[in-house]
Design a protein. Structure first.
Length: 325
């Protein structure tokens, strides 16, 4: 499997966290994982780039780095009230035209929109910037409440930690669920949050914070093999099924049943990658009862069959030295 080239385009003053989101997923070598990405940082002009954190970065690469990148990351754009440099916009457009995947974290979506790459397409950004984004770019279909939107050739995310969610999602798309889970485990991060989940921005500050779903989510994740129902989850949370559904909608943006199905399919993906178990056995292990049911559910979420998925990602080809220590 070819190592993919990732280039992060920094724009002064650069946000350090958004850049770190991409660097952690695509640029850090981890024990037990073979390198699947190269990562470099570039700027309009090589040299010193100031950051929002009060220190400067030394950037050695110029815009020519975008000419060979498989993925171009825009990790935020703080000076979005100013016109983007023409050379930057031209380089971004050229990279997209030749087939590079364009990824914007938080306010980085403003740069892609200014380049015209988001016209008549879906995108998201930090919820605090969504109204400004929609007003400035009326041809973009803004989704203000979602964590990230992946269109294949272009992906955008909400602010801060949602950038990690998007980068892990892209790693999962490129190299499978087990690979992304290994990276997330090293980062001490949840391995998978769906892009349709909410940005947790809607509750007024004066309201009492909602009770976290984390305990019931952890409990259910450890029991995917069991025939869990919505009533089982509600009983564990000690609320009614209606209250549980409302909390899932408010905190995760999905129904309990949809969330449970996502977890079962994610578990099936990992087993397809890391074991040679028959599909029938995997279906039982993840609580989907039969191979036929697994195939149907798997295709509805992953858009391929378990057999085809195993051919692409089976055997954990990204491990090095016998796996993770």
């Amino acid at each position: 499997m070819r190592v993919q080239r990732v280039a992060a385009l920094v724009l002064p003053p650069q946000s350090t966290f958004e850049l770190a989101c991409a660097a952690e997923v695509f640029g850090v070598r981890r024990p037990g994982l073979a390198a699947r990405y190269t990562f470099q940082v570039c700027a309009e002009r090589p040299g010193v780039v100031p950051t929002l954190a009060g220190y400067d970065m030394a950037v050695n690469e110029g815009l020519s780095a975008l000419e060979t990148a498989d993925t171009v990351v825009i990790p935020g754009w703080h000076s979005r009230d100013e016109a983007a440099p023409r050379a930057v916009l031209d380089a971004v457009r050229r990279a997209h035209r030749r087939g590079a995947r364009m990824v914007a974290i938080c306010s980085g979506a403003f740069l892609l929109a200014e380049a015209g790459l988001l016209d008549h397409r879906r995108a998201t950004t930090h919820w605090r910037l969504a109204a400004e984004f929609a007003a400035r770019f009326p041809d973009v279909q803004v989704e203000p409440d979602t964590l990230y939107v992946d269109l294949g050739d272009i992906a955008t995310s909400a602010g801060t930690a949602a950038g990690i969610d998007l980068c892990l999602h892209l790693a999962r798309t490129d190299h499978g669920a087990a690979y992304a889970a290994h990276v997330a485990r090293h980062m001490v991060m949840p391995p998978h949050r769906e892009g349709g989940q909410l940005q947790y921005s809607t509750a007024p500050p004066a309201e009492r914070p909602p009770e976290s779903l984390a305990p019931v989510l952890d409990w259910a994740t450890e029991r995917l093999y069991a025939p869990l129902t919505i009533d089982d989850l509600a009983a564990r949370a000690q609320v009614s099924s209606r209250t549980l559904a409302r909390r899932f909608a408010e905190q995760l943006g999905v129904s309990p049943g949809r969330w449970l199905l996502q977890q079962r399919v994610t578990a099936a993906r990992a087993l397809l990658e890391e074991t040679d178990l028959p599909v029938e056995t995997i279906a039982v292990k993840v609580g989907l009862s039969s191979a036929a049911n697994l195939r149907r559910r798997f295709h509805s979420l992953v858009r391929t069959t378990p057999a085809a998925y195993r051919r692409s990602f089976g055997g954990a080809p990204w491990t090095a030295g016998g796996g993770e220590p």
